[in-house]
Write a protein that binds this ligand. Structure first.
Ligand code: SF4
Length: 68
């Protein structure tokens, strides 16, 4: 199944609905009450929290990088 969420900002990997990182199924997510995930949301939230802030590439900054 594929899913496209109108709240997802691919440039920042952020969710405009929960105003935080997109982790499908997290509290406040449109999928939280009606979806089942192979990896529980609690596990994915812990992994997301362990990521350093800003570790996701931003399209707007990467494009202008002299290394790109
Ligand atoms: S957390 Fe849920 S509502 Fe937010 S962008 Fe991701 S899939 Fe959409």
């Amino acid at each position: 199944m594929s899913f496209s969420c109108p709240h997802y900002n691919p440039a920042t990997d952020q969710c405009s609905r929960v105003r935080d990182l997109c982790v499908c199924g997290r509290p406040g997510c449109v999928l939280a009450r009606n979806s089942t995930f192979a990896i529980p949301v609690e596990v994915r939230l812990r992994e997301a929290d362990a990521q350093p802030t800003g570790s996701f590439p931003r399209e707007d900054t990467d494009r202008d990088s002299p290394d790109a």
